[in-house]
Write a protein that binds this ligand. Sequence first.
Ligand code: GLC
Ligand code: GLC
Length: 820
Amino acid sequence: MKFGYFDDASREYVITRPDTPLPWINYLGCEAYYGIISNTAGGYSFYRDARLRRLTRYRHNNAPLDYGGRYLFVRDNGPGVPPERLYWSPTWMPTRRALEDYTCRHGLGYTVIQSTFNGITVGARYFVPLGENLEIWQTQITNHRAETASISLFSCIEFCLWDAWDDATNYQRNYSTGQVEIVDDVIYHKTEYRERRNHFAYFACSEPLAGYDTQREAFLGPYRGWHEPLAVERGESGNSVAHGWQPIGSHHVRLTLQPGEARAVIFVLGYHENPKSEKFDPPDSQTINKRTVKPIIAKYLQTENVESAFQQLRDSWGGLLGIYQVESPDEHTNRMVNIWNAYQCMVTFNLSRSASYFESGIGRGLGFRDSNQDLLGFVHLVPERARQRLLDLAATQLETGGAYHQYQPLTKRGNNDVGGNFNDDPLWLILAVSAYVKETGDWSVLDERVPYDNRPGSETPLYEHLQRCVRYTLERLGPHGLPLIGRADWNDCLNLNCFSDAPGESFQTTANKDGRTAESVFIAGMFVLAAREMAALAKCKGEDGEAERCRAAARQVEATVREHGWDGEWFLRAYDDFGRKVGSRDCEEGQIFIEPQGFCILAGIGLDDGRAKRALASVKERLATPHGIILQQPAYSRYYLHLGEISSYPPGYKENAGVFCHTNPWIMIAEAMIGNGDQAHDYYLHINPSAREAISEVHRCEPYVYAQMIAGRNAANYGEAKNSWLTGTAAWNYVAITQWILGLRPTLDGLAIDPCIPNGWEGFRVTRKFRGATYQIEVKNPNRVYRGVKSVRVDGREIASAVLPVLGDEQTHVVEVVMG
Ligand code: GLC
Ligand code: GLC
């Protein structure tokens, strides 16, 4: 069952009924000012940091689920209106009246919600203009009645007192601190501006006000909820001024509309900073200096400025997405590659794992591992920003080569509470840097001098950081010669040194064992891959000795995997603290895990001796399901002290045998590597959100973006997705489809063409911008093969290899590829 449809031409998902199984959200903003907005206008806004600079309040895990947001109320002021038609919300929530023709269009960086009730159509377009720290609610009210309509429009948001954590806990203080100013019909929220803050929020409206409210209880009325505000019911604002308690911003506009008349009303909610020395006007007063913000407010209360800002936003996304566009026989592939998967990758770049409807915005910082992987999906879109991200990440690396597991985006410092010793972490930096160089050809990044742990004076070239990553693993090999796992590897929940039996202890930071026994076959596979990438970088730099050392180290670990990491029909997962196998047919539960099958094969292990094929056959037999490939089987039915968090989840959820979507593309890539185009693309479709749109009542999360997890077959809610948006799933699926299935893979030498597609496809076309040239590539598959390139012509001339030369001439080149 569907709750809407894709409008690919407009790059929008159109939701056609408000009661989606879960709130289906979108993101506003892509630079510093951000908002989350659901299909019923729920959500909140913040400046840079969802915890420390929160503009508006939001209560997660509330009832109803999505309560609080960018609300509008319309009141019918005509005589004799029955109570059930007196007022409504054009976004459905919070009043939940039966709207006619409701639609919510989630687009790239904007959302439009429109509906009709009793002959009045109200549309609201929400977006953040590029380069500004504000959001616009561009509304239009149309009277479709045969007679004149007398209408009141109310806006309402609830201000957060900046630090969202403090705001949600420290009531003894913050019930007394809230302050506002109301000047020229603009509501200014200035809590703590009197002391150390030099920023404030403002909420403005383009029309003269009939009234306003800034104190929540005055607007709602005592003991009332957002669905029945007293001020709206009465048709009269209280003109309340907040002193402590809960400051809000609400405007009231009265409109008289002739039959057929449409009126625009613009609301602007923004964040503004003043220089510390110019906070007040007059200087010795306590009044906000508004001279710096007034021109901005005035600008965006004008329709033509709003329209052109919106057009700029559309153009900017069009430009970004134009870097990789495909036309294939499969619409789900086209739609995700051309629009939604790329968009989601940008959202993970901007927000990492901080703010979604599953991440509260007050929790974790940027993950070291997560951010390196996210980069794989956006490096071609914003290479300069990717470069900076790499340098920031590397600056949190420790001198040992190890890494803090997380760092804080505001301070760019490693997070001491979480610490390090996730032994896979450093290796991701190699994969990310290598991906950056392959995309851009910018070798200078390796010479950038970067400190360790942000300590001035400790700088070395980035290249040396990578060398230390390699060494970090080699200095931490266990009894079988496999890498020690530390606190965890990619699977944060496989905690082999934790042994926690105290409720509430963190599985990620508790370590009760010395950590010198438990080993990870996943890290071994990843090391082989990373060491070979490092060897390739070293070779191009002319460091032949270093290149050979890396290759030798890769050979050594590969040999160890063959000897101690193979279980007969698949790759083992690990050895535990007792030296016993994890992920082996000898185990009672958790016999086979997806991660080592993916990463060992990605590293090339088993491609030459049939083990890769054997392992993938085992994956298909034991882990593949109609809802995606499960992380491991059989699920752990009880808690195992020596395995940790993985066995804390009920069977079928999260790492305990859920479909952890992040890992599925590794298997797609592995299938492509062995030339199995049907299987690779089939796995791709099973978790592709657009392909799952038809079962939205089962999937429940948004059909336009990936979720981290789909409940596995051991779960009661088999097939139900959770944790949408902020997940490494976005980047890895993008890599699998664009680089391995469609097969346009940036390499150090140029753009390789190596598709592995379903043999039913007669071909496909891609436009790809790469290192300063545009390639219009047409791939033909006359013999209906999965893989193999017979000939490549560039601008009519046949070239000898399937790697497109770097032309860098800002021109468009026509590339004809024949498979066979
Ligand atoms: C979450 C984490 C990621 C980890 C994965 C598996 O997605 O953000 O770092 O690799 O879970 O545990
Ligand atoms: C929990 C989650 C896992 C995540 C980890 C780190 O363990 O299950 O997916 O990676 O927290 O935040």
